[in-house]
Design a protein around this ligand. Structure first.
Ligand code: SAH
Length: 291
């Protein structure tokens, strides 16, 4: 089945190589009506599938009940957009002539923000055909479909030319793939001195293996959260040298506290809060240069 005119060669069989990848794609193709993603995106047309950082304004939990839900949603969206801004802050200097790739682009929120900020071409890849269609529609609506494009492609094997990307990021997508395979592909795609930025949840090697709460998160999202150490091993093995590592755990806890009290809570809030508070799980940003 072909998907978009720009990716006429992307077929299910060429993009989704394993049963696991088919299961992940099916998850994102079918879980399309979750209010936690849609209602927040409706605020300003930036649809995120990631979490937020920063303190929330406690007044959103008070005041007139008839506007409370809407104010909470807007505040959560603000924190999710702030998270993407911190990611983009770490990409370094990007020129309008550069090219960026969003690995696991979801509904495209971070890609549009990158284009707004840097004015350059952005290619998003996701294994959900539904998301490709959704994000490309948003690109047309925003009038940026000539420079921001979404593709039905596997980030482990994108088919893009070697060395063509100045920057690549993954915003909460690395728990779906083998990191050694992923960084081999990113290393191939990045030009010398190009920057990779990752925001992810990872488990703590110091407290031991996967805690119960981390396992519940894996189960909920059909993902495979990696230990912190795995990121640095896989980067080192593929010529990616970290320049900045930020532990965002303390900054994401307020978001989860707000989300737990929000009308769009999904039930996964408690495992996240427990895992972060007990120290078995971190919310990490890693920026690395391709050498
Ligand atoms: N980065 C986005 C979406 C995160 S959700 C955001 O911040 O909003 C996880 C995303 O990873 C989904 O879009 C899913 O399709 C994508 N994904 C998972 N495995 C993938 C793979 N092997 N190749 C490309 N995308 C993948």
């Amino acid at each position: 089945m072909t998907t978009t005119s720009t990716d006429a060669t992307s077929t299910d069989a060429s993009v989704l190589r394993t049963d696991y990848q088919r299961a992940v794609a099916a998850y994102w193709n079918t879980n399309r009506n979750d209010p936690v993603n849609l209602e927040l995106g409706h605020v300003d047309g930036l649809y995120h599938h990631h979490y937020g950082i920063g303190e929330y304004d406690p007044s959103v939990l008070e005041g007139p009940p008839e506007t409370r839900d809407d104010r909470i949603i807007r505040e959560m969206h603000r924190l999710e957009t702030m998270q993407a801004d911190v990611l983009l802050d770490n990409l370094g200097r990007i020129a309008p002539t550069d090219r960026l790739m969003d690995g696991g682009s979801g509904r495209g929120g971070t890609s549009f923000m990158a284009h707004q900020r840097f004015g350059c071409r952005v290619d998003g890849v996701t294994i959900s055909e539904y998301q490709v269609g959704f994000a490309n529609e948003r690109a047309s609506e925003r009038g940026v479909d000539d420079t921001v494009r979404f593709h039905f492609r596997n980030m482990l094997d994108t088919g893009f030319d070697a060395g063509c990307m100045r920057g690549i990021w993954t915003n909460e997508t690395t728990m779906y793939v083998d990191l050694f395979e992923l960084y081999a592909e990113f290393s191939r795609l990045l030009s010398f001195g190009g920057r990779y930025v990752c925001i992810t949840g990872c488990y703590n090697d110091v407290t031991g293996g996967r805690s119960k709460s981390v396992s519940r998160i894996d189960e909920h999202y059909t993902c495979n959260i990696h230990p912190r150490s795995e990121y640095f091993k896989a980067m080192a093995a593929n010529g990616l040298v970290p320049i900045n590592v930020l532990d965002l755990t303390g900054q994401t806890i307020p978001y989860w506290e707000l989300r737990a009290k929000s009308p769009v809570a999904t039930g996964i809030e408690e495992p996240f809060l427990t895992a972060y508070r007990e120290g078995s799980f971190h919310y990490l940003l890693i920026a690395a240069d391709r050498v």
